[in-house]
Design a protein around this ligand. Structure first.
Ligand code: SAH
Length: 469
């Protein structure tokens, strides 16, 4: 399915500014992995007088079934394989829009902030929009927002005119509009038209609707129909959303929330990362440990926090990758570090699957998001290196909780969170492993969740804290 946006430019701003506004270079083909397939962003035209960006979705219908997304369980038995999902603009398009153009959707532009606030002449072309009610409803949705709507309809089959009209339309919207408003309109109204959301609808959908509907939905003559369909006709949600629309949401809050959106959508990992490091730091601090190993230290995020806390007197980062150690050195500004600070930290190039005398005699070791990078046959070697030979008083390990992966829209079903992961464990698998290790090497172990915990699938990260007995 294909959606294009065209900007013709003005005397002051060449059309290619669209690339700056969308944060996507017109000279390149951009590819995004999304849970339901792939999105491609490219520019069929990029000259000063006209610039068109295309968002092409390649939905993987088999993946959808495997991930059990998009199937309602109703309909005929082959419906999950034979359906219009790969061809029609639907909520998949909204997810892709938010992912591809999150910054523009939030109204930000580093290079062209003024243009991001300006009303531009923009034209959108959507190859296939479903609208069972016919083109009248399509107009009712877009015309009140100031768009000129051009609709091309089709017969279901030219050979059988008696079958009537197809519910699919090719639609062009032309308007004088801010880019962020255009993207918000599309984000909300495409799934409203499609009227078939591919995932379950919950309270957080109200938040999304209000966020993207900010500034236009409350005054839209079709707000009830839009709200009702967006929330999949769940009356309790619709009532709540309409009440909040009527109340109005303070603009600042909305702006704030929209600004956070890109981060929560695309960079959810960052906040999780911080939470994880925060949890590890508090365990290390509470243990009273002074001499700390950071095993698989990567680029040194934890090392930096450890350095900031003077209660840690000796800090050693270990990694198998020379390249990341170089990065860590750079990020920590080790070249320019005052002598007293420099004495506290050391970076060691080594592998955790080989016995290493340099790792002995420490109070505590952190092993943050590392074990899932080890080949399963090498795990036993790692266990001995750490728990038998290095033998620190406390070991803090974290690893992804595989059960939580289903909560991430953007994570392809059955895929790991990171390309380098050799495995991801469920909570039971991690706890089995950790309990076995603790028993074998004379440690006790307790488990803690990291990140917001879901009642069914747990928290995104799981942590095990081993204490030498
Ligand atoms: N602890 C860091 C990095 C996690 S990524 C953080 O939380 O940000 C995993 C790290 O483990 C990578 O830097 C990788 O190079 C390292 N690693 C993987 N296998 C290793 C091994 N056998 N020995 C030491 N480090 C290893």
């Amino acid at each position: 399915m294909l959606l294009t946006i065209t900007y013709k430019g003005t005397a002051e701003s060449p059309a290619t500014d669209l690339g700056y506004l969308l944060h996507k270079n017109p000279g390149r083909l951009h590819e995004l992995e999304i849970s339901f397939g792939k999105a491609y962003i490219f520019y069929p035209e990029a000259s000063e007088g006209g610039c068109t960006v295309a968002l092409l979705l390649d939905v993987d219908p088999v993946g959808l079934v495997r991930g059990r997304r998009g199937s309602s369980g109703e309909g005929f038995s082959l419906e999950q394989y034979v359906n219009d999902r790969p061809y029609v603009a639907s909520s998949f398009m909204s997810v892709a829009l938010a992912k591809a153009f999150g910054t523009a959707l939030s109204g930000r532009s580093k290079e062209r902030p003024d243009l991001a606030e300006a009303t531009l002449t923009l034209t959108v072309h959507i190859a296939a929009l479903a609208c069972k009610e016919g083109d009248d409803f399509l107009r009712k949705l877009f015309e009140p927002l100031g768009y000129q709507v051009t609709i091309e309809g089709y017969q279901l089959d030219e050979k059988f005119p008696e079958w009537g009209a197809s519910p699919y339309y090719t639609v062009e919207l032309a308007g004088q509009v801010r880019l962020r408003d255009l993207l918000s309109h599309l984000y909300v109204l495409i799934p409203v038209l499609d009227d078939e959301k591919h995932y379950w609808v919950g309270e957080d959908e109200i938040e999304k609707l209000l966020k993207f509907g900010a500034g236009w939905l409350a005054a839209h003559p079709e707000r009830e129909a839009i709200t009702n369909r967006y929330l999949k006709r769940q009356r309790h949600l619709t009532t709540a959303a309409l009440a909040r629309l009527a109340e109005g949401t303070p603009d600042d809050d909305v702006a704030e929330e929209v600004h956070d959106l890109e981060e929560t959508l695309v960079e959810e990992k960052i906040s999780l990362n911080q939470q994880r490091l925060g949890s590890v730091m508090s365990i290390l601090k509470a243990s009273g440990a002074k001499r700390i190993l950071d095993l698989g230290c990567g680029e040194g995020r934890l090392l930096r926090l450890l350095l900031e806390d003077r209660s840690f007197t000796e800090i050693v980062g270990v990694d198998v990758s020379y390249r990341v150690l170089e990065k860590a050195k750079e990020r920590l500004h080790m070249d320019r570090m005052p002598e007293r600070q420099k004495e506290r930290i050391k970076l060691v190039h080594g592998s955790l699957t080989y016995k290493d005398a340099r790792l002995s005699g420490f109070d505590a070791a952190a092993v943050v998001e590392v074990i899932e990078h080890l080949d399963p046959p090498r795990l036993a070697a790692f266990e001995r290196v750490l728990f038998e030979f290095a033998r620190p008083g406390v070991v803090v390990t974290t690893t992804p909780n595989r059960e939580y992966n289903s909560m991430w829209e953007s994570l392809p079903a059955g895929k790991f969170r990171h390309r380098d992961h050799r495995f991801e464990w469920s909570r039971a698998e991690f706890q089995d492993w950790a309990t076995g290790v603790a028993e074998k090497f004379g440690y006790s172990v307790r488990f803690l969740p990291v990140g917001s915990e879901d009642a069914a699938v747990g928290a995104p990260t799981q942590m095990g804290v081993f204490t030498r007995e």
